[in-house]
Design a protein around this ligand. Structure first.
Ligand SMILES: Cc1cc2nc3c(=O)[nH]c(=O)nc-3n(C[C@H](O)[C@H](O)[C@H](O)COP(=O)(O)O)c2cc1C
Length: 322
């Protein structure tokens, strides 16, 4: 088995999986700016078992995205077995990741994501099944805590299984996607897991250890602080990459340099052209939310946003940005 995780230079800067966002176009843009590893949107193992066409289409990727990790979610071990075999054969990613952190009702209702994390017996069964049914390196994405189960108990329960990497979202289930993270528990996870640990939560969101006014320099400061405090091998960047895919370059650079309006417009055009090529008109519709994130904070953003949410074609964007 090729374990790409061991070949990555540390600290590792990963684009965290985000449903509805981390499609191939966005992953490619983030890769261009220096993301070391990118994750797919989460894919249902049940859909991959019974009706895989659309999901396989969603998981396609360009070789330039490598290393590329496909994330799957579900709760039925048999579906996991079938799905990971299919993904390995048809998609050929570099790794398989299992979602143990998603809190949304659609996923919880299936006892998947964060709900699965809470069920130590079933989560172990799922993980074991996946490791036995793929030759790809298996990683997991979890929360710091869900209900009465924390990441330490979770890791203890699967310590004998072949897991190569873990991205720990340092917020509890009840915190959702905002607020401060529990860096202590991420640090302590090292005692229970010897693979790659990525700390996740707040990078680029201007969360500072001691709340302070927004400063551009804060992005790198927070990330360095997170790496330092947790002793993690890298970080996962989620919301901080929205409208700011160049964050990966900023995090890796010695000093951060913001983008000019012209540079941002060029990135928007490149991103939109790619989305258009890969998804056609549907891609343009999906691009609208990215456009709003891109122009956030620019002068005249409100007026721009009003126009950008109505775009129907690449031509529309060209005209607006001109
Ligand atoms: C819109 C959105 C979609 C997400 N989709 C997924 C997903 O498909 N799989 C997953 O494991 N986490 C998902 N997450 C969680 C992120 O990967 C990440 O753990 C979370 O946003 C915290 O990191 P951040 O503070 O850097 O954003 C999603 C988050 C957001 C905001």
């Amino acid at each position: 088995m090729k374990n790409f995780w061991l070949k990555l230079k540390k600290p590792i800067y990963a684009l965290a999986p985000m449903a509805g966002i981390t499609d191939s176009a966005f992953r490619q843009i983030c890769k261009d700016f220096g993301a070391d590893v990118v994750y797919s949107e989460m894919a249902s193992v049940t859909a991959l078992t019974y009706n895989p066409g659309k999901t396989l289409e969603m998981l396609k990727f360009s070789p330039k995205e490598r290393p590329y990790v496909v994330q799957v979610f579900g709760s039925n071990p048999e579906h996991f077995a079938k799905a990971v075999k299919l993904v390995e054969k048809k998609i050929k990613p570099d790794g398989i990741d299992i979602n143990f952190g998603c809190p949304v009702p659609k996923v919880s209702r299936q006892k998947a994501g964060a709900e699965l994390f809470k069920d130590l017996k079933l989560s172990r069964q799922v993980l074991k099944t996946v490791t036995l049914n793929t030759s790809l390196p298996v990683s997991i994405k979890t929360r710091a805590r869900v209900g009465s189960v924390d990441i330490l108990e979770f890791l203890k329960n699967v310590s004998d299984l072949d897991i190569k990497a873990i991205m720990i979202h340092g917020r509890s289930f009840s915190q959702g996607f905002s607020g401060s993270i529990d860096w202590q528990i991420i640090k302590k996870s090292r005692e229970y897991f010897s693979g790659i640990i990525l700390a996740n939560g707040g990078v680029g969101l201007n969360l500072t250890p001691n709340p302070s006014p927004r400063q551009e320099r804060g992005v790198k400061d927070y990330c360095d602080w997170l790496l330092n405090k947790t002793g993690a091998d890298g970080v996962g960047v989620g919301q901080g990459a929205l409208g700011r895919p160049w964050i990966f370059g900023e995090l890796k650079a010695k000093s951060e340099k913001g983008k000019t309006k012209e540079e941002i417009f060029n990135i928007i055009l490149k991103h939109t052209k790619l989305v258009c090529k890969l998804k056609g008109r549907q891609g343009i519709i999906e691009m609208r939310k990215h456009l709003c994130w891109y122009v956030q904070g620019l002068s005249g953003a409100r007026k721009l946003r009003e126009k950008l949410v109505k775009i129907e074609s690449l031509d529309d964007i060209n005209k607006i940005l001109k």
